[in-house]
Design a protein around this ligand. Structure first.
Ligand code: AMP
Length: 368
């Protein structure tokens, strides 16, 4: 962590970004606005982030020579996705500051370690149990009950590597279909809504949260986010305080997202943390046009050692993802009043592929 204290970039310096997807593309664009350069490292020659930077490294994450050259070209390293191999981050970490610290990945790449960490902070999650065989799945169901959700411990995203288990399901088949040796079983949470908090933490420990966001999913993929979330100010404050507690406990530098369930209860709704994403997040894309500073700029400021901005939302904001073929409607959105179109420059619109998004900001009362 000492490295993070030393980072103080100046305009003209270069940030290395591991990962070349749309998040890297939007990070690099935000950096450019602050006079900072980015070099993107990605194994995929079609990476959307390559389009917006002058220097790119197209190599495998295990290519030590390419990593060493990359490290000499950049002043600090960050990442835009959480499944960066630990060995990659360590090779780079020996040469340049890596922010957020790659030790964070050890916690957030493993759903069991993440749940243990969150509950260790006294924050509620779904009930969960470690599962490593069909027999231990049966035992876990005995404790947690049904319905429940089984998730692979690693490499799950957008609902991949998980399944709902209901009464009467063939547990041997469920376990075999998951094709893993390590999973967790979670009690099914009867949530009334899903929310997230995007929090930025600077190297000096300052935390700035964006307004809490309501998230609507379809087929496990985020479809629409709305800010502010339609919850009480008390619950929103609690959600922000949970995200702040997590960022602080991780000694985090950069932007992270904390996804939470709002669970109905006799004494009013309560919160349960579902997942931590140690990066900028799809549910924070509304900040690009809906706030005085975006999540991407906050991340760049944090890892550059610059002060964080104090975000002010411009009004009620909606973010709609363009998934798969929906991107073909982009021309219609171009003329919708108040809509801003973001396209990621990806090739084929495969089903489930995030191709772009739309933000719509309602003017504040008296300003229309
Ligand atoms: P995750 O990959 O953990 O973010 O889960 C993807 C989505 O599955 C979540 O956004 C929820 O809609 C749903 N989900 C995940 N875990 C649970 C749970 N324990 N109970 C109910 N729904 C869940």
């Amino acid at each position: 962590m000492t490295a993070s204290k030393q980072v103080k970039l100046k305009p003209g310096d270069t940030i290395g970004i591991l990962g070349g997807g749309q998040l890297g593309r939007m990070l690099a664009t935000a950096a450019a606005r602050l006079g900072l350069r980015c070099q993107v490292f990605s194994p995929d020659p079609d990476s959307p982030a390559f389009d917006v930077v002058q220097n790119a490294t197209c190599a495998e994450y295990a290519d030590v020579e390419a990593l060493e050259l990359f490290a000499t070209d950049v002043d600090v390293v960050t990442y835009e996705f959480e499944n960066v191999p630990a060995a990659t981050a360590m090779i780079l970490g020996a040469r340049r500051p890596v922010l957020p610290d790659y030790k964070v990945l050890e916690t957030t790449q493993d759903r069991l370690a993440e749940k243990d960490f969150v509950t260790g902070l006294g924050i509620a999650t779904a009930r969960y149990a470690d599962v490593s065989s069909a027999a231990s799945l049966r035992a876990a169901i005995g404790v947690i009950g049904l319905p429940a959700v089984i998730k692979t411990r690693r490499f799950g995203y957008d609902g991949k590597g998980q399944a709902i288990i209901r009464e009467g399901d063939d547990l041997d088949a469920v376990w075999a279909d998951l094709e893993t040796k390590s999973a967790i079983l979670e009690g099914f949470v009867p949530f009334e809504r899903e929310i997230s908090v995007i929090a930025a933490r600077g190297a000096d420990g300052t935390v700035e949260c964006f307004d809490v966001t309501d998230n609507e999913h379809g087929d496990h993929i985020l479809r629409v986010s709305r800010a502010p979330a339609d919850i009480s100010e008390t619950l929103a404050a609690e959600a922000r305080s949970i995200a702040t507690k997590i960022a602080t406990a991780l000694n985090y530098v950069g932007v992270l997202a904390v996804e939470m369930f709002v669970v109905p209860g006799d004494n009013g709704p309560t919160l349960m943390v579902n997942e931590i994403a140690p990066r900028v997040h799809n549910s924070g894309h509304w900040t690009l046009d809906g706030a005085s500073v975006s999540q991407f700029e906050q991340h760049i400021r944090a890892i550059a050692g610059w002060p964080l901005a104090k975000p002010v939302r411009h009004g009620p904001v909606t973010m709609t993802n363009l998934i798969g073929d929906e991107v073909n409607d982009y021309a219609k959105w171009l003329t919708v009043p108040g809509a801003t179109v973001h396209l990621y420059g990806k090739g084929a619109p495969r089903p489930g592929r995030k191709m772009g998004h739309i933000t719509q900001v309602m003017p504040a009362p008296g300003k229309s």
